[in-house]
Design a protein around this ligand. Structure first.
Ligand code: GLY
Length: 390
């Protein structure tokens, strides 16, 4: 990413990016401030009906639902509100069943829409419910966390967790619109901003070393709430994701690169029990480091790049190993969890490896012993517990 591009992204008007799929599934991502108050203006052109169900969680609803309610009422939308408990444990079959019943109780019809108003959990759960309700109703993603704005609300993946693993049950259901109001990031606890930042770093590591260098210089500002830096980070991340999703909507090839660090991360989350002990973004940070460590062990990636990644994630307060949370003896169990990964084919796990910063690729022939050894080394290091972050 050039300095000029980054400078252009710091302006005041909302940025509008396009996810270019087949015409009926293409949509815009709008990034800016004050978008919630203006929601009706953005919704009107993309929704056929004027009835919506807003799905949110208790935390987001308390902070931001009044503003969205006012906007919908003023804009002539009839709306229902469905509030779910916050946190990853809500992404399960029981919560999905309750949500579907609530949507049916509200008589949400095919011509109505679901608005997913929250973080990754609400986006994945509400998106999934919308995709199966009456065989599919429209969904609009209004992500209120950094993680949602840079990753999970964009690209149409929906899903829930089961005891077998993360997001093992779900659908592809592209939203009609993604409305990312960066003004709400001010109310997000720092630990959650920092966790979402791991997904921002991921884009630099996949194929944009210039963006990673920009993050090394500006990551602190992004995590500390600097509006211009956050806007640049969200726009750059959405642009990268839009490009990758447009090239491979259903992950038959290059979209798998977006899972850099995630095969490890999902296993850490299963092992840690989907709770507050390890947030998704924290698991991703440790997973990114492990992907680099494994690549270095396989002599693919320079040790200096591994060190650069570790140093940057540590500098913003992210964990670089899950050891403090999952325990030093977890390597075998983690490998078992990874065997349930969605990208496993004929029992062979697909890893996103790297030849260095910005040089990620998918490898289906990674030696199991090397993975176990990399896990063992990482777990033994036990650096950076997440417990002291507020
Ligand atoms: N979060 C990975 C993807 O959307 O493909």
């Amino acid at each position: 990413m050039s300095a000029q591009t980054l400078a252009a992204e710091a302006g005041g008007a909302p940025a509008r990016l396009r996810i270019d799929l087949v015409p009926e599934r293409s949509y815009d991502i709008v990034v800016g401030e004050g978008l919630i108050a203006d929601a009706a203006t953005y919704l009107r052109p993309v929704l056929t009906g004027r009835r919506v169900a807003v799905v949110s969680d208790e935390t987001v609803a308390a902070l931001h639902l009044p503003a969205l309610r006012r906007a919908l009422e003023a804009g002539g939308f009839e709306h229902h509100e469905i509030i779910v408990p916050p946190g990853e444990p809500t992404k399960d079959f029981a919560a999905l069943e309750r949500l579907i019943d609530d949507l049916l109780d509200a008589r949400i019809e095919r011509s109505d829409a679901v608005i997913a108003f929250g973080g990754g959990v609400v986006g994945d759960l509400a998106g999934f419910a919308a995709s199966i309700l009456r065989r599919g109703v429209a969904v609009v993603q209004m992500p209120t966390t950094l993680l949602g704005q840079v990753d999970s609300a964009v690209g149409g993946k929906t899903g829930i967790n089961t005891r077998h693993g993360k997001n093992l049950v779900g659908t592809f259901h592209q939203p009609r619109l993604v409305l990312a109001d960066i003004g709400v990031l001010d109310t997000l606890p720092r630990r959650h901003v920092v966790a979402g930042y791991a997904e921002v770093v991921k884009y630099g590591l996949i194929d944009d070393p210039e963006f990673f260098a920009w993050l090394e210089a500006n990551g602190d500002a992004v995590c500390a709430g600097d509006r211009a830096a956050q806007r640049r980070a969200v726009v750059a991340s959405c642009r990268a994701k839009a490009r990758i999703v447009a090239a491979d909507e259903r992950e038959s090839g290059s979209r798998a690169l977006l899972n850099l660090g995630h095969t490890f991360a999902h296993a850490f989350e299963v092992e840690a029990g989907y709770g507050d002990r390890l947030l998704h973004g924290e698991a991703v940070a440790a997973g990114l480091v492990l992907a680099f460590e494994l690549s270095a062990r396989l002599r693919l990636c320079p040790a200096a790049d591994v060190e650069r990644v570790r140093r940057h994630l540590t500098a913003v307060g992210l964990p670089t190993s899950p050891g403090a949370v999952v325990g030093e003896d977890a390597a075998g169990r983690l490998l078992d969890h990874m065997a349930q990964d969605k990208k496993v084919r004929d029992g062979q796990i697909a890893f996103v490896l790297t030849r260095g910063i910005g040089k990620a690729y998918v490898d289906r022939n990674v030696d199991r012993a090397a993975v176990l050894a990399a896990l063992d080394d990482s777990l033994a290091r036990r650096p950076a517990s997440t417990e002291n972050q507020s």
